[in-house]
Write a protein that binds this ligand. Structure first.
Ligand code: F6R
Length: 637
């Protein structure tokens, strides 16, 4: 939530920061702002999407070139800057609440991601000392506090005395803050210096040649550098054009963890598609193949990326909890079927936001699998920390290197989806499914339940899934037509059984978040226990039908459920396996997907539902990449 960019180097900061914000806008888009140091602090901020800020900047630059004032600084040429794109927490999305926030003396500008929980007390103390606040945000108090603290700081550093002072002031202020925060600050009196700090919220350093960057995630700077440093918890970082200095909140020198970014910089561009989401849907075959690449050793063992657990630890596991949110939670629901089937270990799936509050029974033989695309979702992070406090082992499935969840886990399997920019998750979901299957196979193998050749056979089936998803994508024209027909529906229901049930939930979530329509997913057998009352003449019901070659009973049962809804007037959209002629008579619209083993079927059955949601949203005139009220990376609880 909230995108943050900082730059110190030789280029004009304005362009670098705006480019970075464009790539981070998926993190929040209700206002945006920038501060550049050039002979003083030059700021511009606007409510609304980044485009409003860009328009204001263009007007400002046009006005400046029409009426040049040589003595004043220039926002277009200063080479130190910070920028922010906001998802509002404290204070509505207005110009005055947009970041950056400036200290009362006009010297310090601050941007922030997170929530400062003790801000009310800090604010009333500052007001008691005569400070006038210009916004309703929790952030503004940090600008005033840093400015006040600078007066008390006396730090000598031959390279950058002023920068060292700003870093020290930031450090002291952080000790007074409660909650989760990433903060960046610049000082009008310290051109060339940007200071950052993080507790619980994300911040990475990009290390360039004669320039350095700070950002919420690496996509903000991958067009300039691929070398990055992951900051630890409770650290302050100071960047200049030629240096990166890190200390912890106690003032001790600290190191970050350096890593190379292997994402393609074009991956963060739309590449000819109208929306990132359409591009990301189309990238799914490649993302599946990449996530599987090189996962089997020569002797047929499944490899994780980082393992700080012994095989014995994994053999000792007697219970698994999968914790995640939203779409990642749905991938966990599928994982349960695969993990229990392959390992025979009981597996519970739980919403991360609920997990720690019900005091789950955890110990060192519990494995908690935390699934997160961003690696920063606060609910998932807090669930993970709770699990670790109870001595459980934690395995992360994550798409983002350098993020907090993998760093704090005992083992990691990275999905290799590349940057997912559209707020609604698509390729992250499919790659999470692949990673869950691999985790299930790895556990089964380590525990001696599956032999290398059996694991190899399932991995071979998984490798075929990339081509099958491609086939599904080739057949989406009828789904697009159907979307236009359903665009005016009041409500759409989704039903499924077994692994089709999480697919139904995911289809409904996509439609809610993109099309703002009432949509609900149900376990098909549950319908008659209440929800069937929702069905009216013409209500669209999307039915995910399992393979006729799989569990016959399941399929027969869902066909009965389809008949039940049809008998009550529903318009059925049936997703079924290619060649399953029997279902044709129950389908007002039939969407055929390739023949696939039952457990792996969500990899193909989800895809038409993603396309359906994106197309209905487009038909209803909505912004597919940036749905209202949402942010991609939810870093508050
Ligand atoms: C829905 C969606 C969200 C995320 C959820 C978890 O399309 O994107 O439901 O899946 O916020 O995010 P991560 O995976 O980053 O933890």
């Amino acid at each position: 939530m909230c995108g943050i960019v900082g730059y110190a180097g030789a280029r004009p900061a304005l362009g670098v920061v705006i480019n970075g914000l464009r790539r981070l806008e998926y993190r929040g888009y209700d206002s945006a702002g920038i501060a550049v140091v050039d002979g003083g602090l030059l700021m511009e901020k606007r409510a609304g999407k980044l485009a409003s800020l860009e328009k204001a900047l263009a007007e400002r630059l046009a006005e400046a070139s029409a009426n040049p004032r040589p003595a004043a600084g220039n926002i277009a040429s200063g080479s130190t800057g910070i920028g922010h794109t906001r998802w509002a927490t404290h204070g509505g999305p207005t110009d005055r609440n947009a970041h950056p926030h400036r200290s009362a003396d006009g010297r310090i500008a601050v941007i922030h991601n997170g929530i400062i929980e003790n801000f009310a007390k800090l604010r009333s103390d500052l007001e008691g000392r005569g400070v006038t606040f210009l916004s309703d945000t929790d952030t503004e108090c940090v600008a005033h506090l840093i400015s006040a603290e600078l007066a008390n700081v006396d730090v000598e550093s031959p390279e950058s005395p002023v920068g060292a002072r700003l870093g020290e002031a930031m450090r002291r202020v952080c000790l007074r803050l409660e909650g989760a925060f990433t903060l960046l600050a610049v000082d009008a009196d310290a051109p060339g210096v940007v200071v950052g700090a993080r507790r619980n919220s994300p911040l990475v350093v990009g290390r360039g040649r004669d320039e350095n960057f700070l950002a919420s995630d690496v996509s903000a700077f991958i067009e300039y550098t691929r070398e990055a440093t992951e900051l630890g918890q409770d650290q302050v970082v100071t960047i200049t054009d030629d240096g990166v200095t890190i200390m912890d909140f106690l003032g001790n020198p600290a190191d970050g963890k350096e890593f190379h970014i292997d994402w393609d910089s074009n991956a963060a561009e739309k590449g000819g598609y109208d929306y990132f989401m359409l591009k990301e849907i189309a990238e799914q075959p490649r993302a599946i193949a990449d996530t599987l690449l090189g996962r089997l050793t020569e002797t047929g063992e499944v490899m994780l990326d980082e393992v700080r657990l012994s095989d014995q630890d994994l053999r000792d596991v007697d219970k698994i909890f999968v914790v995640a949110c939203g779409t990642a939670y749905h991938s966990g629901l599928v994982a349960k079927y695969a993990i229990e089937h392959w390992t025979r270990i009981p597996c519970e799936v739980e919403l991360a936001s609920e997990f720690r509050y019900r005091d789950p029974v955890l110990d060192r033989s519990t494995l908690v699998v935390a699934i997160s695309q961003s690696g920063e979702t606060m609910d998932t992070l807090m669930a993970l920390r709770h699990a670790k406090e109870q001595k459980a082992r934690v395995l992360a499935i994550c798409n983002t290197s350098g993020s907090t969840i993998p760093r704090e886990s005992d083992a990691v399997l990275y999905t290799r989806g590349g940057p997912e920019i559209a707020v609604a998750s698509t390729k992250a979901f499919l790659t999470q499914l692949v990673a869950c299957y691999l985790v299930g196979l790895h556990l089964a193998q380590v525990r001696g339940i599956k032999y290398a050749d059996e694991v190899g056979a399932v991995v071979a089936q998984l490798q075929e899934m990339s081509g099958k998803v491609d086939q599904v994508l080739d057949l989406m024209e009828p789904v697009r037509r159907l979307a236009r027909e359903l665009a005016d529906a009041k409500s759409v229901l989704f039903i499924g059984r077994h692994v089709g049930y999480p697919v139904a939930l995911e289809g409904a979530l996509k439609l809610k978040e993109l099309a703002y329509m009432h949509a609900e997913g149900f376990a098909a057998g549950e319908l008659k226990h209440g929800p069937i009352a929702l069905i009216d003449q013409g209500t669209p019901v999307v039915c995910v039908v399992p393979s006729p070659r799989g569990r016959g009973v399941l399929r027969d049962k869902i066909i009965s459920n389809i008949q039940e809804v049809r008998a009550r007037g529903a318009r059925t959209v049936v997703i079924a396996e290619d060649g399953d002629e029997d279902v044709r008579s129950y389908a007002d619209h039939l969407i055929a997907v390739p023949v696939t083993p039952t457990l792996l079927a969500p990899l193909v059955t989800t895809v038409p539902l993603q396309v359906l949601a994106a197309e209905i949203a487009t038909a209803r005139g909505h912004d597919v990449d940036q749905p209202r009220n949402l942010a991609k990376s939810v870093t508050v609880e």
